[in-house]
Design a protein around this ligand. Sequence first.
Ligand code: PLP
Length: 410
Amino acid sequence: AFNADVVPQAPEDPLFGLMAAYRKDTDSKKVDLGIGAYRDDNAKPWVLPVVKAADDLLRKDPDLNHEYLPIGGLADFNFASQKLILGKDSAAIQDKRVISLQTISGTGAVHLGSAFISRFYNPQSAEAKAIYCSSPTWANHNQIITNVHLPVKTYPYFSKETKGLDFDGMIKAIESAAEGSVILLHACAHNPTGVDPTRDQWTKIAHVMRQKRHFPFFDCAYQGFASGSLSTDAWAINYFVDQGFELMIAQSYAKNFGLYGERAGCFHFVAAPSANAQDEVARVGSQLAILQRSEISNPPAYGARIASMVLNDDKLFSQWEEDLRTMSGRIISMRKALKSKLDELETPGKWDHITEQIGMFSFTGLNEQQVGKLREKFHVYMTKNGRISMAGLNTKNVEYFAKALDSVVR
Ligand code: PLP
């Protein structure tokens, strides 16, 4: 029944395919700049010391069991997640205008928000019932949105010339989108480009979105991981909330807690300030619970317990902030090291974007052919679009990579 006309062979996920090829490579000099997961200076996965501490405490709890969590997840985790992303003194939280559900990490939160839009969003024109993504964006956005039968539209984002933000292109596209469109925005540390709008640019984006009554959907996968400051990385979201937008947020704890495989995340719906806001979030929450129940019944407990323990304990929280500074600091120092090696080698081209971009990734500007050469000749693995994961660089391989890069651009 499922012959090739009906079920054609699907291509391998490019990122996971890259990982498999890297694992197979037996060369001792090989460098993995593909996957978006933090590595320490020895290229090893890093269990955050605060996660280890919380895990030890959790395992000592004699009452710990494996019962189901509620449909919406762990209440303490959800409330702490609201405070983390919106700020402790958030007016939206005080007004009880926020409804939050624990999700299968950031992916699950993007999915839940998209499924909600697909089912319930009723803009004035059919044209506005679509989600606008940056071009480029995290590849999974396209698949997640398409899976819930919504059209994906795009706004320009990256300028090949400056290797920075194509701000004019972005604003023009948002301005000309049908009134009331859903605009997906990366809260910080844009994946794959590493390019974020400045605060001034964010205020202009908010202004245009307000005029066009667009609906913001923030994807926040790197809070605290990008700059080392939790509040700096949540600035754009809070600016929009302060401006009175109704919006949604997908929050991931994969990168900032190193809880990748534990799938801890949270979805938030924030209603605009109004007399009916509490009633609105109650209704929205009731429908989100049905969507969640039908798809995952209830979210996984372990990662959320760890995060919740840290978020709800002042001492562990400070320790976490320290760990965040360790990760972001190492990445920033690798950006500087790579840039200075390229300067030393007098590598052709301008490389300021390496230090100007932020977060896990850098869009190097290398083309597919150069990426292929890096892999074949130098055993350096990165995605075809020229994106490198800065976390794959360390004090032992940064010079090797700089020389390899130098060689393929000459
Ligand atoms: N959104 C963006 C932009 C990402 O880069 C990622 C991870 O790479 C995610 C969401 C979701 O990741 P996860 O589902 O592991 O939390």
